[in-house]
Design a binder for this molecule. Structure first.
Ligand code: GLN
Length: 495
């Protein structure tokens, strides 16, 4: 069910009934998917029953009785929050992230915490200390990362909505590979209080849903200033669902043709072109835009994000939170704690980040990266003087097999080519399902990725700062003319 359908079911039956259904599906399907690190069945049932007991209080609440999954890097009071790391395996936060309390205030029922890449570092959900998540469309494939558990939960119809976080694509890329909608709001649109920090100038929280309407509805609840987060903007929050008019006549959609020549799977570019034709038929105008520095976005991202991550992760020293290794000396304790508590990818990022911030290399790497970041941002600002949204694929490839890329970090980082610039420039971006691979003979990359049909493909739209309304309007208009989001994965349909 979508959020809309759940709300009707809650009225017709009860929140407890809807919650019991969701928990039953999680119990049957999660062993195959590994989408959840923690399920809080008793707590969720108690909460749903409490909502049923006070129908008047919850009647107009936008998410009354809606089962919700929360990425395991968002703090939940009294519920273990691990960031999928050994370091925080037994960490139970004493407070809720602002987004979590806002969802609860809107009537949401939290059913569990979703698996992700360790500290949200990865592109495939394979860096989790608790094992990879499996893609509901093909269990031998990655769901994408880092919010892979959230994407898999929504795609497999375990919950109608899940929260994710996006530092360089972690909401949009798994949404794309799992065939669901993923929205990364503008930097500052949604509070990050209680989000376990990865890279502070890039991190944003956002929803993964089945439909664009549900994403708009959730953003209504999440968006807005927060006195606990000074980086959260005071910009007024419109009713995002009111923006979904279906009308894209005269909307200008920019396409960065030159950037797309960088190696996009033939199935992916075919699906994107077909999606743009749909929007054109609805009255949108397609224009070419030039983003000359976008090709530097990936290296810039991996310099800036690792620098910030190395600093953010300094707090895990065995003293303040989580795991502590035993040693006679203080320094020995620090070293052993970090050696055992962190996985290989996190260590790689801490080393890279520490290096680019070191006295001798700061100017050459970190400072240079920040300068090029400004050039990337200016490209977009220039493009948005002429167009309302910029369109490109979310991921250059459909879901690859588990294990296929994990041994080659650079290949893994290249999965992020189209998503990182939104974070570098703070822009909002959405991924909407735009088709499925057709299988053998179509892919030209020879990469095992497209050797199989039936894998979801996502279209990415980027917008102006704080103009999520336009993004949602265009994405919704496209969704109205297609049926991609109504098809369940075989895992479900075979049952
Ligand atoms: N794949 C990117 C990385 O590994 C993005 C991660 C994210 O958005 N959290 O850093």
């Amino acid at each position: 069910m979508t959020i809309r359908e759940v709300r009707e079911a809650v009225r017709a039956r009860s929140a407890a009934d809807v919650c019991a259904d969701a928990l039953a599906r999680i119990e049957t399907l999660n062993p195959q998917l590994n989408a959840f690190n923690t399920v809080v069945a008793d707590q969720a049932m108690a909460r749903a029953e409490a909502i049923d007991r006070e129908p008047d209080r919850w009647r107009d609440a936008p998410l009354a009785g809606v089962p919700i999954a929360v990425k395991d890097n968002l703090c939940t009071r009294g519920i273990r929050t691990t960031a999928s790391s050994r370091m925080l395996e037994h960490y139970v936060p004493p407070y809720d992230a602002t987004v979590v309390s806002r969802l609860e205030r809107a009537g949401g029922v939290i059913v569990g915490k979703t698996n992700c890449d360790e500290f949200a570092m990865g592109s495939s959900n394979e860096t989790s200390a608790f094992g990879p998540v499996r893609n509901p469309w093909a269990l031998d494939r990655i769901p994408g990362g880092t919010s892979g558990g959230s994407a898999a939960a929504v795609a497999a119809r375990l919950t109608p909505m899940a929260l994710g976080s996006d530092t360089g694509g972690s909401i949009r890329q798994p949404a794309s590979l799992c065939g669901v909608v993923g929205l990364k709001p503008t930097y500052g649109r949604v509070s990050r209080y209680g989000l376990i920090a990865h890279a502070s100038s890039l991190d944003q929280v956002g929803p993964l849903t089945r439909t664009v309407y549900d994403a708009a509805l959730t953003l209504n609840v999440l968006a807005g200033s927060d006195e606990a987060d000074a980086t959260c903007a005071a910009e007024p929050v419109p009713d995002y669902t009111a923006a979904l008019t279906g009308d894209v006549r005269g909307t200008r959609i920019g396409i960065p043709r030159a950037l797309l020549e960088q190696g996009v799977d033939a199935e992916v570019s075919g699906a994107m072109d077909a999606a743009l034709d749909v929007l054109k038929a609805r009255g949108a105008t397609l224009v070419d835009v030039d983003l000359p520095h976008a090709c530097f976005a990936t290296p810039v991202y991996y310099l800036v994000s690792t620098a910030e991550a190395s600093s953010n992760l300094a707090r895990y020293d065995g003293v303040r939170y989580g795991f502590r290794a035993k040693d006679e000396s203080l320094r020995g304790m620090y070293a052993k704690t970090r050696a055992r508590g962190f996985g290989a990818e996190v260590k790689r990022r801490i080393m890279l980040g520490t290096y680019v911030l070191s006295a001798g290399y700061y100017d050459a790497y970190y400072l240079k990266a920040q300068q090029v970041r400004t050039l990337v941002l200016r490209d977009y600002d220039r493009a948005f003087a002429d167009v309302d949204v910029v369109a490109m694929p979310t991921s250059p490839l459909p879901a690859v097999r588990i294990g296929e890329r994990v041994s080659d970090p650079v290949q893994m980082y290249l999965m992020d080519v189209f998503t990182v610039s939104a974070n570098l420039s703070g822009l909002p971006a959405i991924s909407v399902p735009c088709g499925f691979t057709r299988g053998p003979g179509v892919s030209k990359l020879g990469d095992a990725a497209s050797s199989e049909g039936g894998l979801p493909i996502g279209l990415q739209l980027m917008g102006r700062r704080f103009d999520e309304a336009t993004l949602l309007r265009v994405a919704d208009a496209y969704e109205r003319d297609t049926e991609w989001s109504t098809q369940p994965p075989p895992l479900i349909s075979n049952r």
